[in-house]
Design a binder for this molecule. Structure first.
Ligand code: ZN
Length: 531
């Protein structure tokens, strides 16, 4: 079933959008109370169908924009960067839409003419609203897993069968039916050939949540699994690598005293999942300190680089504030610098204070600043207590800044001499300086805001970090971005990016505040603040 083609000659796209908007408005304000159960049930189904059809229209519009080279002409580094920049969707979501476009949009042939989409049945079903985006993902995942030697007709038949399942069932059913159908497609074969396995392998790390925890997910190849099992068998044994037990031996079971391990295991209350987590943490620490990581990565030392302010260090060591809510009992008095009505710190948000309305905090700003988690060069946030523990036991690089962001202490200075400039850029910028970019410092290159070839000078106050994608956008051509270091006002020292006229006709300079969430919380938008 193909979606009806909108005739733009008869009716402009803007008219069609206005008419759709009007119809949605009518639905949004319709009196649902007067509907009988059957009509309500039908409306529920119809709203879902419409939402799916609209998503198919969005894909069609994106395909046309991409075919025309709109991303490049409008100053975006890639098609998915355009989706993030214009629609403010996540990078993950943007990549999924680019993937869907690849499979579901008609392909233009180099010799002219248009060929049908790679997955025409999925494209049609989405266009008429019979399946949704989670069905699309499930079907494409299964079809991608088809053996490489499978006949094209068989793959098309597989796609058609899965669409039929998706029209009636939820995506998880599509996946389990898909596994069954794949096995029939290749009954004597390897369970999914080598290439299909290689395609699926991957590890994803989620963003840190409000408790600074990160979700990890993904799929391991059989070899990676085999190695991991070997390591976990000896490092994750009960009693081993337990951070909650000072007597618990670190490292592999084979190197530990069996009697000590036995004693530690008898009081080990961790779940198997917690044991595996602690073993992994111990292995990562061991490997990071083994000297096998390399001396430096993108100009920064290849170890955990902790950046903290003097206020954070003072607060942590003098315990004028209590950085961990669990360590304070319910009966313990609230610390003096806190208003009695303010609940205990740090549980309420990533910035260690409670917002009484958006961005307005009851705790004084200097106390809040001291309680903020410490940031590593790779963008991870560490609670102060864990930072001090790490600095004590391991050998991270500790960089301490004074209140104006000048480095006071560069740990292990001898090795760092050539890296001091990069470290000095951390407190001001924290990561890529292009407006809206989330890449941490460890993913960036050094950008000379004054053309190095022309000035032959490398002054730290003329440098700013930029990721590869955004560094490439700075050039003199009409769609290039310009940069400069702000010299006065609250944003002094920060790098401003002036968009090309195609992005903003007024060319208003922008500052990236993504790495400075405390500024976003104060309700400050991206434009430069007035001095
Ligand atoms: Zn960037």
């Amino acid at each position: 079933m193909a979606a009806p083609v909108l005739s733009l000659s008869a009716r402009s796209a803007a008219d069609a959008v206005a008419a759709t908007d009007g119809a949605i408005g009518a639905l949004a304000s319709a009196d649902l109370v007067s509907l009988d159960d059957e009509a309500l049930r039908q409306l529920l189904i119809d709203s879902e169908r419409l939402a799916r059809r609209i998503s198919s229209v969005g894909l069609r519009v994106f395909h046309e924009a991409d075919e025309r080279g709109l991303p490049g002409r409008h100053g975006f580094g890639s098609p998915s960067a355009m989706l993030v920049g214009l629609l403010h969707i996540s990078r993950h979501e943007a990549k999924m839409r680019v993937h869907n476009d690849f499979h579901l949009s008609p392909r233009s042939h180099p010799s002219g003419g248009v060929r049908p989409p790679r997955r025409p049945h999925v494209a049609d079903a989405l266009a008429c609203g019979a399946i949704g985006s989670s069905h699309v993902k499930a079907i494409l995942d299964v079809v991608d897993g088809a053996p490489t030697q499978a006949a094209p007709d068989d793959v098309a038949e597989l796609e058609k069968s899965l669409v039929a399942v998706a029209e009636l069932f939820e995506p998880s059913v599509v996946r389990s039916v898909g596994t069954e159908l794949l096995a029939r497609l290749d009954p004597d074969g390897d369970p999914g050939d080598e290439r299909a396995r290689r395609k699926r392998r991957g590890i994803t790390l989620g963003q840190q949540d409000e408790k600074l925890m990160s979700k990890i997910g993904g799929e391991l190849s059989p070899t990676a699994r085999a190695y991991l099992d070997v390591l976990l068998d000896t490092w994750a044994r009960p009693g081993m690598n337990n951070p909650g037990d000072p007597a618990s031996p670190a490292g592999a079971y084979a190197d530990a005293d069996p009697e000590v391990v036995k004693a530690c295991a008898s009081r080990d209350l961790r779940t198997p999942a917690q044991c595996r987590h602690d073993a992994l943490e111990a292995m990562l620490k061991h490997f990071a300190e083994s000297g096998h990581v390399g001396g430096s990565h993108r100009g920064l030392p290849a170890t955990v680089v902790l950046t903290m302010t003097l206020a954070q260090l003072e607060a942590a060591t003098s315990r004028t504030v209590d950085p961990s809510p669990e360590s304070r009992s319910a009966t313990e008095p609230v610390v003096a610098d806190e208003a009695p009505t303010t609940p205990a710190i740090s549980g309420d948000g990533p910035f260690g204070g409670r917002a009484d309305s958006f961005g307005r905090f009851a705790t004084p700003p200097e106390v809040r600043a001291a309680r903020q988690p410490v940031r590593t060069a790779s963008g991870t946030l560490l609670p102060i207590t864990e930072t001090l523990k790490l600095a004590e036991q391991a050998h991270p690089v500790l960089v301490i800044f004074d209140h104006s962001g000048v480095p006071l202490h560069l740990g292990r200075t001898k090795r760092l001499a050539s890296q001091a400039q990069r470290l000095a850029l951390l407190p001001n910028h924290r990561g890529c300086t292009h407006p809206g970019c989330t890449k941490p410092a460890t993913w960036t290159q050094i950008h000379h805001t004054r053309e190095w070839a022309a000035y032959r000078r490398t002054n730290v106050d003329e440098l700013a970090p930029a990721c590869e994608e955004h560094h490439a956008l700075v050039h003199d051509r009409p769609n290039g971005w310009a940069t400069y270091i702000v010299t006065s006002g609250p944003d002094a020292g920060r790098c401003a990016w002036t968009p090309p006229r195609t992005v903003d006709p007024q060319r208003k300079p922008l500052i990236n505040r993504v790495h400075h969430p405390e500024e976003l919380c104060q309700g400050i938008g991206a434009p430069i603040r007035d001095g």
